[in-house]
Design a protein around this ligand. Structure first.
Ligand code: ATP
Length: 514
């Protein structure tokens, strides 16, 4: 099965099991807008709690806010989004499809990387234990040829982005024969800039309405509030402000399911530091954020850093944390050193003094900012794609199982009486009533136990608890583990501790602090 097939199956699975639905589906959907179903919302809430508590409880100097989506329009002038929040778009005249010119070129660069990796893998197989990858990469003729081509394209690409040279982006597409994946032709239009912000009107037109924007990032709500929080919370630099909320971008190309949406959710933290300290804190947050990801146990090899080729208008350093999705390594989170760009700009545009007075230095200054910015939906997708497994079982049977980190699973325990009579449902309810205050439980008494197990596997429930006739006399139940499918007999009074060990976020937090 190709990775594309796996991805298609994952999208279908998300719908079939109540994780993600296309928005307004009865009207044939709305491009790149999705709704989360009964299981999706639980997973999403757990992701958000993992982030929020890790930020605000494990760091004494990080607090949260919840700013409005609507902001004064000058905010977006000051932040640079009105003038510079653009993507370069290009159309193919034959397929009538629209693409991001930078993404077309990035995909070409990725193809060269793939070619090089393939050569390396082939050689590694051939040479076995004696393989010296470093040497191979620096001497093999074919690798060097691919690398030279890649560097040539990359250098032109970076220069074009930094010079904002749209004609050169088009020239790269033409020179390296980048064709439309649908029509297969090079019948491209010129590259144009496209602003990604949605706008709407506030107030009635009669008395002069105001054009306002739907925020394209949550960060600005933090910037304009930073002194409010600093003063009312008696915060001292360095300190951080965390926020979770919706953001909106009129994305040119909306593909890949919830990877690129027009309405999505961000979890952002702005960390305010003394000027000059920003690189130290950039490194700190870069490392800490990767630890947060890896602690979930989805596989350390699935993450990598990727430094930005072109820095955003506000940044002096930027790295992405990329995750290996079914369609390749893709950005899940950005860590940016935003300098004092935003705060200085808001000071200029508002005419208000928003400097911080540092009592230790006895001096006022505009703090520098390190930002960590992660999309809830991309995090959701990365977890789902790592968790989705199709397994062949003994006896020719198969199952689909979501090996979700137990702390994030939508449902923690399924309670199942073996049969719907003989007092077993009552006993099962009694057990559920003991567990439901701490763990999200479901009760299921329909169909055979095997079918019920499969249903829970498909939504990633880590534990199934079966109540049988013996339970009534020996006070024990059968607990079945999702990943190993192993079953063990345990005392009812031991159930809580056993489940808690696996699903309590506290254990993950302890791991983060080790
Ligand atoms: P991309 O290059 O993929 O467009 P970006 O670099 O513009 O992303 P940022 O502005 O750094 O993204 O936003 C921070 C995070 O917000 C991203 O790492 C991603 O997880 C999330 N995000 C951004 N745009 C979208 C979107 N359209 N849909 C879903 N999540 C998004």
């Amino acid at each position: 099965m190709t990775q594309e097939d796996v991805f298609k199956k994952l999208v279908a699975h998300c719908k079939e099991y109540g994780f993600v639905f296309p928005s307004s589906e009865i009207y044939d959907g709305l491009g790149a807008v999705y709704d989360y179903g009964q299981n999706g919302v639980e997973l999403k809430n757990n992701i958000k709690r993992y982030w929020w508590d890790a930020m605000t409880m494990l760091h004494e100097n990080v607090v949260g806010i919840d700013a409005a989506i609507f902001m004064h329009p000058t905010t977006w002038k000051a932040s640079g989004h009105v003038d510079a929040f653009n993507d370069p778009l290009i159309d193919n005249r034959d397929s009538k499809k629209r693409y991001r010119a930078d993404v077309l070129i990035e995909d070409l660069l990725a193809k060269y990387d793939e070619k090089i990796d393939k050569e390396v893998q082939k050689a590694a197989k051939r040479f076995g234990d004696n393989f010296d990858e470093q040497q191979f990469r620096s001497t093999n003729a074919r690798v060097l040829e691919h690398q030279a081509k890649r560097d040539e394209i990359h250098n032109r690409f970076v220069k074009a982005l930094n010079d904002n040279d749209l004609a050169e982006l088009k020239a790269i597409i033409m020179d390296y024969d980048i064709v439309d994946p649908i029509s297969g032709t090079k019948n491209w239009t010129d590259v144009r800039q496209f602003n990604l912000m949605f706008s709407t009107e506030m107030g009635s037109t009669a008395d002069g309405s105001m054009k306002i924007y739907l925020r394209p990032e949550t960060a600005q709500g933090i910037f304009v509030n930073y002194l409010n929080v600093q003063k009312t919370g008696r915060m001292k630099v360095p300190f951080g402000i965390a926020q979770i909320g919706k953001a909106f971008r009129n994305e040119i190309v909306a593909r890949q399911f919830i990877f690129r949406m027009r309405e999505f959710e961000q979890m952002e933290m702005q960390f305010f530091v003394r000027p000059g300290d920003e690189m130290k804190w950039f490194e700190y947050w870069k490392a800490w954020r990767l630890r947060w990801h890896k602690a979930l146990g989805l596989g350390d090899h699935k993450y990598r850093y990727h430094d930005h080729d072109k820095l955003a208008h506000y940044a002096n350093a930027a790295t992405d944390i990329e995750f290996e999705m079914p369609f390749g390594f893709k950005e899940v989170e950005g860590i940016h050193s935003r300098t004092d760009f935003d705060l200085s700009s808001h000071e200029k545009y508002s005419g208000k003094n928003i400097k911080y007075f540092d009592p230790e230095l006895n001096q006022s200054y505009t703090p520098y900012v390190i930002e960590t910015s992660i999309g809830v939906d991309r995090m959701f997708l990365s977890i789902m794609s790592a968790a989705y497994c199709e397994e062949q079982l003994e006896g020719g049977d198969s199952r689909v199982v979501l090996k979700l980190p137990p702390v994030l699973a939508p449902v923690k325990v399924a309670i199942m009486p073996l049969v719907k009579k003989d007092g077993l449902p009552e006993k099962a309810r009694e057990i559920m009533n003991q567990l439901k205050f701490d763990f999200k439980c479901v009760y299921d008494e329909k169909d055979s136990i095997g079918k019920r197990y499969r249903r829970q596997d498909a939504v990633g429930t880590p534990f199934c608890v079966t109540i049988d006739h013996d339970t009534l006399t020996d006070g024990c139940v059968t607990i079945r583990h999702r990943d190993t499918m192993q079953q063990e007999r345990v005392k009812i009074e031991d159930l809580h501790a056993m489940i808690d060990r696996e699903v309590n976020m506290k254990n993950l937090f302890k791991k983060l602090m080790d």
